[in-house]
Design a protein around this ligand. Structure first.
Ligand SMILES: [Zn+2]
Length: 546
């Protein structure tokens, strides 16, 4: 999170404006006599949901928390940011002006090195005399030549200095090759290739840039799968294998299938299931989920049978409480991901007999298609699993199972879905639907009471308010900064279209001079980190279909 967001998240516009103006509740909003012009009837409004204000009287303007302070205190954006940061207890980070541009250039260099390495590995697999075992392995795994080409699968020779020698000869510097994780420093001096005698899988981001590699050992070396280390361009927590090739299909089919390994995803693509990605064997993180969310809200997990079927699965996914006991975690989900998953249609494909998707798909793509079609909501799935473990006609078991599921069902926000599952549960255990439904209503009421006493207001994320306009503004700025040729367009944009002060400030400065160095110099140092986010990290492809 950047500093501006942090400040917005910690402050409520109602609290801040209340310190200057006596606000009166008006429906869901607040009103007052405008502090900026004199009037008898109140036409100054504050909107808590959007975290914005507007004067419908003589001023006819409005804005966010920053623009209010700017206007009221007669300060510029930077000063307003400093004042509010202090109020919020946020420390401002000052990036040096050169950093932003330098970081951008450095990233480009690292991408280039990875690209060259990927091409080299791929060439070696296809043509080197020393790649015979690797080619045999590829054959044994039934990887089609087209697939090897599409995924640019390669081979790292069993030598200590092969790739590094190739890169140095091509003019790349040792420090950069080290930064991208392709070599490892020796204790005393020198370095050696990280990947040796491994089948190489380039890992690409959504823009198809090679951010890192996964290497599968072809001998008994451990680990069996070795990934690039964390580098400036390889953030393990946000990478999704196959996303570059899957994104179009995910949008088109409006669903994404998540497997565990590279091989599963590769096999799926080979047989036309192109909306498949891999979580890379690590826990599925919030960042990964947020990337996928922009493509589709329908998530299908392909689970090994031994991972599935825990009552804890459902509880964890649906729970609203962040403090989930550890024994209820799903091993491959981060704790904070659960809340987000509750908002999705999460489906589960159960794979029995200890097989993995790779084998299944290659054996029978038709069967895989049927399995996907038969994927069931995670609640259905868990209900059935749980009910299999009880004796249906024992009253004690029945009430135990109702007791177990009510807290889960009461978390579902959509009342229709909630009712659906209540009746389904009743049917499964031969109970009258009404009695389960009534118990559920009771449980929902309890839940609400519990939440109210906990005081959820404190946990509201103010920065998320007005999220849509923010994304549009960010998208617009990311494009303008990355394509300076858009200068004529940028000058035509009416500054009042922007609601968020930090974005206004950047656009205004950019309109006077479309030069990154000038921009960085002119902006308040506290905004550089945010600028960096817009210019370097932000991926405009992510915004499509948000
Ligand atoms: Zn006014």
């Amino acid at each position: 999170m950047n500093t501006v967001d942090d400040v917005k998240q910690k402050l409520d516009i109602v609290d801040v404006i209340s310190q200057y103006v006596k606000l009166q509740k008006s429906g869901r909003n607040f009103k007052a006599a405008c502090p900026f012009h004199s009037e008898k009837t109140a036409s100054f409004f504050v909107f808590p949901e959007k975290q914005s204000w507007h004067c419908f009287g003589a001023c006819g303007t409005g804005g966010d928390i920053f623009s209010f302070i700017m206007k009221k205190e007669g300060v510029d954006f930077g000063q307003a940011l400093h004042m509010l940061a202090e109020k919020a207890g946020v420390t401002l980070i000052h990036q040096s002006p050169q950093n932003v541009k330098e970081q951008h250039d450095q990233h480009e260099k690292l991408f280039k090195i990875n690209e060259v390495a990927a091409e080299y590995f791929h060439y070696l697999l296809l043509h080197s005399n020393d790649s015979e075992t690797a080619r045999q392995y590829v054959k044994k795994r039934n990887l089609a030549p087209k697939t090897v080409e599409n995924f640019q699968i390669g081979y790292a020779l069993n030598r200590w200095d092969d790739l590094s020698g190739h890169l140095i000869k091509a003019g790349y510097k040792e420090a950069d090759i080290l930064a991208v994780g392709l070599i490892v420093l020796r204790d005393k001096e020198g370095y050696y290739d990280r990947f040796r005698n491994r089948l190489m899988f380039p890992i690409r981001d959504i823009k198809s840039r090679v951010v890192g590699f996964g290497g599968r050992a072809l001998d008994d070396s451990l680990p069996k799968y070795l990934n690039s280390p964390q580098t400036p361009i390889f953030d393990k927590s946000s990478i999704i294998y196959g996303i570059d090739r899957a994104q179009a299909s995910i949008r088109q089919k409006d669903s994404v299938v998540i497997t565990e390994g590279y091989m599963d995803t590769i096999a799926a693509h080979e047989y036309g299931f192109e909306n498949t990605v891999a979580s890379m064997g690590t826990a599925l993180t919030s960042k990964q989920i947020s990337t996928l969310r922009k493509l589709s809200k329908n998530v299908i997990f392909a689970l090994d049978s031994d991972q599935a079927g825990l009552e804890a699965t459902t509880r964890s996914i649906l729970t609203i409480d962040e403090q989930i006991p550890k024994e209820h975690w799903i091993p491959w989900l981060e704790a904070k991901t659960y809340n987000e998953l509750g908002k999705y249609e999460v489906q589960v494909v159960e794979i029995k007999d200890g097989k993995d998707p790779d084998e299944l798909i290659r054996k029978s793509p038709e069967k895989w298609a049927k399995l996907l079609e038969a994927s069931q909501s995670i609640i259905d799935f868990t209900l059935k699993k749980e009910i299999d473990t009880i004796t249906r006609n024992k009253p004690g078991d029945k009430s135990a199972i109702v007791g177990k599921f009510l807290p889960i069902l009461s978390q579902i926000e959509d009342p229709v879905r909630r009712a659906h599952y209540a009746y389904k549960l009743a049917e499964l255990i031969n109970l009258d639907g009404r009695s389960v439904w009534e118990a559920l209503l009771n449980s929902v009421a309890q839940e609400k009471k519990h939440r109210n006493t906990k005081g959820t207001r404190k946990t509201i994320n103010y920065a998320q308010q007005g999220d849509d306009s923010r994304r549009i503004e960010e998208y617009c700025l990311t494009l303008l900064l990355n394509f300076p040729d858009l200068i004529t367009i940028s000058k035509k944009i009416d500054i009042n279209y922007f609601e968020h002060s930090e974005n206004k400030d950047i656009l205004l400065t950019w309109q006077t001079d479309t030069n990154m160095e000038v921009l960085v110099e002119k902006l308040d140092p506290a905004l550089r980190e945010y600028l960096n986010h817009l210019y370097v990290d932000n991926n405009y492809a992510y915004f499509v279909n948000w």
